[in-house]
Design a protein around this ligand. Structure first.
Ligand code: SF4
Length: 371
């Protein structure tokens, strides 16, 4: 058999010592799931619809849920958005977080309307009585608050004292933490994001040494799809690999659906999540099929199997494809107007190109049914 220049190596495993190296943070409850401690690392995203437009927001959250988003944050910039939560929340099944800036009334309205969590920096709320009201409302409903400090949004006071670096970001987060703790509130998670990877990593490492609260990881303003994916995978990935982080959000200047896909791939690649992996060859002069479209079609069609630990290979030629991907559980290899379907390297059948994806889906579905 010819040897493919880009032979496929499979790394489909769940890292067994993941929990050993992972820092055991305080476990908090958000809606129907837990964050921190031994809880699985969760993937979150943020809607980019106008929250006041309940129909569009519900539609987007449902799409995100379908591809594996586990927590969703919504901007609540005004009372119309807070009011829309009453329509939105009963329609969605993943925990929701209201993103609040400055206005305590919006936090109170979001809590009253059923939100599961808040993202709010108490130091930005104003008078102490306003902070106390928000804390009391959150305590009454056991709602966690995420403190989120970004390198680009530090107060003048902090900048004057610490400049723009790691100390400024971490100290700013700690100031907000102290406000909550002074009010006997410890249902907290924290993020210290930066668009500079070196700074982001150092801030999280520093914070992780200082507090036991769960950490929400992210690279802020990471950029458009390619750049943002690389930066997020590196920043979030390096921290997770060293045991830091309890929930992640990939920020991309594109659809939030991509954020969830990338987040999921980061966890799968690190062995911190089990689930379906689709591998595909890079194509070469032997490719006789539009493999890019084929791989995308497979990804879309098999989305319902995403929580199953299977590996599916999408290969560009029938000469090398099945052999090179023999370690995959299932696979297809494209030829001229037709393709092969194989299982563990063994060819099962030859089908017309147009039926490849559907036949693959049916075969996997029937195997699961028989199981
Ligand atoms: Fe390898 Fe893909 Fe080229 Fe076939 S088409 S030889 S599987 S790279």
């Amino acid at each position: 058999m010819l040897t493919c220049q880009h032979s496929v190596k499979l790394f489909s495993y769940v890292k067994e010592d993941a929990l050993d190296i992972r820092k055991q943070t305080k476990k908090i409850k958000l809606g129907n799931l837990y964050i921190g401690g031994d809880a699985p690392i969760t993937i979150q995203s943020m809607t980019n619809t106008n929250t006041a437009d309940a129909a569009s927001t519900i539609e987007q959250i449902k799409q995100l849920e379908q591809i594996g988003c586990e927590i969703i944050r919504l901007a609540v910039p005004d009372l119309a958005a807070a009011e829309a939560l009453r329509t939105i929340l009963p329609q969605v099944s993943i925990p929701t977080i209201a993103d609040i800036h400055f206005d305590y009334k919006l936090a109170l309205a979001s809590i009253a309307n059923g939100i599961d969590g808040l993202r709010l920096n108490p130091g930005n709320i104003g008078e102490t009585w306003k902070i106390k009201e928000v804390i009391k409302a959150a305590q009454d409903k056991n709602i966690p608050i995420r403190i989120g400090v970004n390198g680009g949004s530090l107060s003048q006071q902090i900048i004057k004292k610490y400049g723009f670096g790691e100390d400024a970001i971490v100290e700013s987060a700690m100031e907000h933490v102290r406000i909550l703790e002074d009010n006997n509130f410890d249902n907290i998670k924290i993020s210290v994001k930066s668009s500079n990877l070196d700074l982001m990593i150092k801030c999280y490492q520093n914070l992780s040494n200082r507090v036991d609260y769960p950490l929400h990881l992210g690279v802020t303003e990471a950029g458009t799809f390619t750049r943002g994916t690389v930066k997020s995978a590196m920043g979030i990935g390096m921290l997770l690999y060293h045991g830091i982080g309890d929930t992640i959000r990939v920020s991309l200047t594109t659809s939030p659906l991509e954020e969830v896909r990338v987040g999921r791939e980061i966890l799968l690649a690190l062995g911190l999540k089990s689930g379906m992996e689709i591998i595909s060859c890079p194509t070469c002069g032997r490719t006789k099929i539009d493999l890019i479209s084929l791989a995308e079609a497979v990804e879309k069609r098999l989305v319902t199997f995403r929580e199953h630990s299977i590996t599916v290979a999408v290969m560009g030629c029938i000469v090398n494809g099945p052999g090179e991907a023999r370690e995959a559980d299932y696979g297809i290899a494209g030829g001229t107007n037709e393709g092969l379907i194989f299982k563990k390297g063994e060819i099962i059948k030859k089908v017309p190109e147009t039926q490849l994806v559907e036949e693959l889906y049916q075969m996997i579905a029937s195997d699961f049914l028989n199981e």
